[in-house]
Design a protein around this ligand. Structure first.
Ligand code: 13P
Length: 288
């Protein structure tokens, strides 16, 4: 059964580790992430962007697929199904469809509007026993056509949103979605520290997990980050493994064109990436 992300993130924050949110795109992605979490006895959050939700034929299809897998694969670790960077309307659709967690990304609204919409969602989510992530300060890079510059959040605005009763808070600290440019200045630990001082126990979320050096990830966790989002890195490892299979001509040997064979190296590559991240984030064994 899907669970809210609240409890797993409170435990992570108290235990000084982070739970990974891995974004899903299709059946192979979902299966690879769930099996790895189960093998490593790690809690996990499956992230679904609005674009990926559309690609997978809508949120109801996603809920059906994930619930089916939890049962058929006998998954026992805590799993949350979470809308990533949701619009207000997208959040309502996911609540209706059976997600267990949502993110409302109101970072592009003036703070008053972000507060008003987040307040509405807190009310609905609490009644349903779901968890809610809010965002302050746009995360840079491009995601589903939305381009941000990687700004640093205002810690006082973070406090205002945290006090509304959200379960986790994403604060921009110079992080970017996708690959980091060569001239990236790194994470602003000063901002992160200031946000954590004001928000206390609130689990903080680090978006743009792909390509952040290990030492920065560990420092971020030590300053209150309890959820780290990874998307691009799984895509890169899937693409590289699939490219290798085709370049070696394996799809032309025997029945190598069978999608169950052709997608297998990419599937294994996602598993390996998820494993590396869970080890780095410290979530291995935390579901035991
Ligand atoms: P990356 O694609 O950079 O790993 O970011 C993922 C993310 O933050 C999803 O919200």
């Amino acid at each position: 059964m899907l669970v809210s992300a609240k409890e797993m993130l409170q435990k992570a924050k108290a235990g000084h580790y982070a739970v990974g949110q891995f974004n899903i795109n299709n059946l192979e992605w979902t299966k690879a992430i769930l099996l790895t979490a189960e093998e490593l006895k790690s809690p996990v959050i499956l992230g679904v962007s609005e674009g990926a939700g559309k690609y997978m034929c809508g949120y109801k299809t996603v809920v059906g697929m994930v619930n089916g897998m939890l049962e058929e694969l006998k998954i026992t670790v805590p799993v949350a199904l979470h809308l990533d960077h949701g619009s207000y309307e997208g959040c309502l659709k996911c609540i209706e469809a059976g997600f267990s967690s949502i993110m409302f990304d109101g970072s592009h609204y003036p703070i008053e509007e972000n507060v008003a919409k987040t307040t509405e969602l807190v009310k609905i989510v609490k009644e349903k026993g779901m968890s809610l992530e809010a965002e302050v300060g746009a995360i840079g890079g491009e995601e589903d056509g939305v381009v941000g510059k990687g700004e640093c959040a205002d810690p006082n605005e973070c406090k205002a949103i945290a006090d509304l009763g959200v379960d986790m808070l994403a604060a921009g600290i110079g992080n970017i979605h996708g690959k980091y440019p060569d001239n990236w200045e790194g994470l602003s630990f000063e901002t992160l520290d200031a946000v954590q001082q004001l928000t206390g126990e609130m689990p903080l979320v680090l978006h743009g997990g792909t390509g952040i050096p290990d030492d920065m990830i560990q420092k971020a966790i030590s300053l209150g980050v309890a959820k780290i989002n990874v998307n691009t890195e799984c895509q890169l490892s899937f693409a590289a493994a699939t490219r290798k299979y085709i370049e070696e001509g394996k799809d032309e040997k025997g029945k190598g064109y069978d999608p169950r064979k052709l997608l297998a190296p990419g599937f294994e590559a996602i598993k390996e990436t998820v494993k590396e991240k869970m080890e780095l984030f410290g979530s291995v064994g935390k579901a035991e």
